[in-house]
Design a protein around this ligand. Structure first.
Ligand code: IVH
Length: 667
């Protein structure tokens, strides 16, 4: 194999790996820009050396997000990508090429390029019939059930001037505020964080459980109408009309006649986009007239009538001083780069996330390297590349992921299929112990008034080695420590005492079982009522609880299989913590629903489904899973199943909503 052929082969393999990281794992390792540069490099080589062509080259496809769990559907019109550029020069070229090819005046439409996951929505007779992901561009996953949970997507259209059948394409996005909320929740549950809203959106769309999707508040912006009898003959007018049918069409799209107008739009949005509720990564320019679009046509991968200009992520160059490895509450080991402080989009950056071992490896980092730091869609800055040209003899050693825990020395483990390394020494590794205690005392858990420094001090002084030890603390122990005055010490002692009345579901959350966050803890508490029954639950019975899948169920089993955890729970119970759901909440508060049969469907705002089930049963009512002639009421939440609704209508079953239901209870 000659040098060129070897280079082409290596590039293809590398790009395939990045495609896999991005589309399958939703865990990109390099920036989009880096990827685009390499793809262009490969394209250029393939153009010059057609003898090494390969129909399976990464240049011949638009990436795949196919997953085997959804039904796959062929796109009537392939879902192509856009040709991307970072240079104003190429925008000028797009303009002059269009002028040359069309040889007549034309209008351009400038829009924002939304950074989410693309979707094709199919409407027949004004009703949403299919929602298909891009997939490999030719076939995509049918994610209709999930997409129906997105409130901004109309299920039935308004007005009556829409074609019998058409498609509308756009971007599904997770707004920044939701992204932050979701990551906070994942952090509390010891789950890996989403790197950016795009990954969070595509991960959410691939969820098997539509109720999880519904809880995440995705949004959708639409920007492309396709069909045989569209209402207008320009892109712009079609979008305006589609807006009247109920679609969320961005209102920041502009008609441009000159390049100057285009560049004004680019300059303006490069700054203003930071104020938008969703992530954007560029501007898309489209020729407005559909007739002219048709004349310009398509290349194999993208339309000639459009181009995407990507905003340059803000980037700085600085020196890598060292790499630290941090151990979290659940034992995850996170590599963090310590950098020579550098100014980046208005803040001084000292540290950057390195995510995992694969990323360190692919960057080929050495201590002392000059590295590129970017703050793109991500909140935490990240290292996107190394300037290897500046490497000298004085540059330090190559960075390797550690093999042993930096805190306790235990050999790290990496579960199959995961990118993270863990320290398995749960019982003896200090940051894990301290992290668990910090979680236990936190406000939403046991609400014991002590911060991380106090945990640290008490741990170092040898007073606490686990959460149960907190309840052996004496006022005089605290007063022996530095900085403790009588008043604050007493305050802590009082909050410890008060924590004994914290309800069972919060105690369960406080234990810090992996994947058991606040909501899951609540569900488990109501389903099993006390710690003893939960401890004895089988995998199957755990999985019967709504929204609890195998991963959570297995984690609960693992927790209770551990002798250390059992003795800890024994001690906590002995100190008087609540280990069962409050009796007064549970036992027959009334018989007001006696003889009534309910079916609960949909999602609710005030209580979870399990809570409603418990409430109905506490008041003497019965719950069943399916609607029949014996059903008296359907307690209906949002997104209630269509089948149940139709059946209820046919059988004349009464439908009540949660507020009415709660009122009925009061009465
Ligand atoms: S138009 C024929 N308009 O960018 C292509 N795409 O690389 C029609 N995107 O797959 C797409 N904002 O997911 C278009 N205003 C916009 C867009 C946009 C984001 C995404 C879309 C597409 C990708 C192209």
């Amino acid at each position: 194999m000659n040098e060129i052929e070897a280079k082409i082969k290596a590039l293809r393999e590398e790009l395939e790996q990045h495609n896999y990281n991005y589309y399958v794992l939703s865990e990109p390792v390099i920036s989009d820009r880096e990827f685009d540069i390499r793809l262009k490099e490969l394209q250029a080589l393939e153009d010059v050396y057609p003898e090494y062509a390969d129909p399976l080259s990464p240049t011949r496809r638009v990436g795949s997000d196919l997953s085997k769990d959804f039904e796959q559907v062929e796109h009537r019109y392939p879902m192509l990508s856009l040709s991307n550029t970072y240079s104003e020069g190429e925008v000028r070229e797009f303009y002059s090429r269009s002028m040359r090819l069309l040889n007549e005046p034309f209008e351009m439409i400038a829009e924002l390029k939304y950074d989410g996951t693309s979707i094709s929505l199919i409407y027949e007779q004004g009703r949403l019939t299919h929602a298909i992901t891009r997939g490999d561009g030719t076939r995509g996953d049918d994610v209709t059930a999930n997409v129906k949970t997105i409130r901004s997507i109309p299920l039935k259209l308004r007005g009556d001037n829409y074609p019998d059948r058409f498609e509308i394409r756009g971007e599904i996005l997770l707004p920044w505020a939701e992204f932050d909320r979701l990551n906070k929740e994942r952090e509390e549950q010891g789950e890996p964080l989403f790197a950016n809203p795009r990954n969070a959106a595509s991960g959410t769309l691939k969820q098997q459980n539509p109720t999880v999707v519904a809880s995440r508040k995705l949004d959708a912006y639409l920007y492309y109408l396709l069909g045989e009898n569209l209402p207008a003959d320009t892109h712009y007018d079609n979008l305006q009309i589609a807006r009247s049918w109920g679609f969320k069409i961005p209102d920041v799209i502009r008609k441009c006649y000159t390049l100057d107008e285009v560049f004004d739009y680019l300059t303006y949005w490069n700054v203003e986009r930071k104020k938008l509720p969703v992530a954007t990564d560029g501007v898309v320019l489209k020729i407005n007239s559909l007739y002219q679009q048709k004349n310009l046509g398509f290349t194999a991968k993208s339309p000639r009538w459009a181009i995407a200009y990507k905003f340059q992520a803000e980037r700085a160059v600085t020196r890598l001083n060292s790499v630290a490895f941090q151990v979290g509450r659940t034992g995850t080991v996170t590599p963090v780069a310590n950098l020579e402080p550098v100014l980046l989009s208005g803040t001084t950056v000292r540290r950057a996330s390195l995510y995992n071992a694969d990323i360190i490896e692919s960057l080929d980092l050495h201590i002392g390297d000059c590295v590129y730091v970017e703050k793109g869609g991500e909140i935490i800055p990240k290292i996107t590349g190394v300037d290897s040209a500046t490497r000298t003899k004085l540059t330090g050693n190559k960075v390797h992921f550690i093999t042993n825990c930096p805190e306790c020395g235990a050999a790290l483990t990496r579960p199959a299929g995961e990118t993270a390394y863990y320290c398995p020494n749960e019982a003896g590794c200090p940051p894990q112990i301290k992290g668990r205690i910090e979680h236990f005392v936190s406000r939403r858990a046991m609400d014991i008034h002590m911060g991380p420094e106090t945990v640290e001090d008490l741990y170092n002084a040898g007073y606490i080695r686990n959460t149960a030890d907190l309840y052996t603390l004496k006022l005089r122990d605290l007063l022996r420590l530095e900085r403790w005055a009588e008043k604050s010490a007493q305050n802590l002692m009082d909050s410890l005492e008060a924590s004994k009345t914290v309800p069972f579901e919060r105690v369960l959350f406080a234990l810090g079982i992996r994947y058991v966050g606040e909501t899951v803890a609540k569900r488990l508490a109501y389903a099993f009522l006390n710690i003893r029954q939960l401890q004895q639950a089988s995998l199957e019975s755990l999985m019967q609880v709504s929204e609890i899948g195998e991963r959570i169920a297995q984690s609960v089993l693992n927790y209770f299989a551990d002798e250390g955890n059992l003795s800890l729970i024994g001690r906590l119970a002995a100190y008087g913590l609540q280990m069962s759901v409050d009796e007064t909440v549970l036992t027959g508060r009334s018989n007001s629903l006696k003889g009534l049969s309910f079916v609960i469907s949909g999602t609710f705002a005030k209580h979870s489904r399990d809570e409603y089930k418990a409430i109905i049963e506490q008041h003497g009512g019965k719950c069943s899973g399916s609607v029949s002639s014996k059903t008296d009421y359907i307690l209906a939440g949002d997104n209630m199943g269509q089948v149940k609704l139709e059946k209820a209508a046919k059988l004349g079953v009464k439908i009540i909503h949660e507020d009415e239901f709660l009122k009925m209870l009061d009465e």
